[in-house]
Design a protein around this ligand. Structure first.
Ligand code: APR
Length: 245
């Protein structure tokens, strides 16, 4: 299985990467589902929605400050470095991520499509046009207010009930429909429309290499190679940064 995956990655001419929260687990970020998932402890409707932000802005911003602080000083693990190496080897390797932690970019990857937005910036909830880098300084007093119109600020991530950035999601589906290989890493493949991206790759006849310690919604098929390992452990081997022992 591993050798077949190594060979497929080596021979692939139009590979695409698709990642979820599990890709950042070995850098110390929590996932949303699974044994220690954030959604077991917190309510996504309350903490990751426009209605929640409007009804309890301080609670919601406390949650984002906690996630930002957790993310501060976080270093991309060996799996991220392996993807950066693969991107330099392949010359073109689009990275579609559901993550908002910015670790793909921090690892030096380019052509990164952040389909759920990013925690790097915040903007005016009333859309007056104000936007700013999201730093811990801004979050000294919660909730942060827009200096131009006095409305609450919002993190520039896609909140539940909101549409995904149309250009990015269309581009992501285009890439899925054209790729010959998709490496799907650290996602439970449960949240649509992002979760449809690997299925679009399968429909176009691409092969999927899935890296996830547990079974997900991806179908059992000879076009899906599921490697039940952690991203940071197995990616360096798969991309040729480590020799098989
Ligand atoms: N390596 C690879 N996969 C891992 C690792 C690891 N070290 N650790 C955990 N995983 C897997 C888990 O088994 C799980 O299947 O990562 C997956 C994480 O799934 P979720 O927590 O559901 O995260 P994700 O799929 O990214 O969620 C999608 O849901 O709440 C929304 O906006 C949020 O973008 C998120 C979306």
């Amino acid at each position: 299985m591993i050798n077949r995956a190594i060979e497929l990655i080596r021979k692939s001419t139009r590979p695409v990467i698709f990642t979820g929260a599990g890709m950042s687990r070995e850098s110390g970020m929590r996932t949303f589902r699974g044994e220690d998932g954030l959604w077991k402890q917190y309510s996504p409707e309350q903490l990751s929605s426009i209605s929640g932000l409007r009804s309890a802005p301080e609670v919601v911003w406390n949650w984002y400050r906690m996630r930002l602080m957790t993310g501060e000083g976080v270093v991309p693990h060996a799996g991220y470095k392996a993807l950066t190496y693969l991107q330099s080897k392949k010359g073109k390797l689009p990275v579609i991520t559901q993550n908002v932690d910015g670790l793909h970019r921090l690892a030096g990857q380019t052509d990164v499509l952040e389909i759920h937005g990013s925690m790097r910036t915040a903007s005016c909830l009333d859309e007056c046009g104000f936007s700013t880098e999201l730093t811990s300084g801004i979050l000294k007093n919660l909730p942060p207010f827009c200096p131009d119109c006095g409305a609450i600020l919002r993190p520039d991530i896609v909140l539940f009930g909101e549409l995904l950035p149309q250009k990015i999601i269309s581009k992501s589906y285009e890439l899925a429909e054209d790729c010959d290989l998709m490496i799907v890493i650290g996602t439970s493949v449960q949240v649509w429309p992002a979760a449809g991206i690997p299925f679009a790759a399968l429909e176009n006849g691409a092969v999927i290499i899935e890296i996830n310690p547990v079974q997900t919604e991806l179908p059992r098929s000879d076009h899906v190679i599921s490697i039940r390992r952690k991203a940071g452990e197995i990616l360096p081997l798969l991309v040729g940064l480590e020799e098989k022992t």
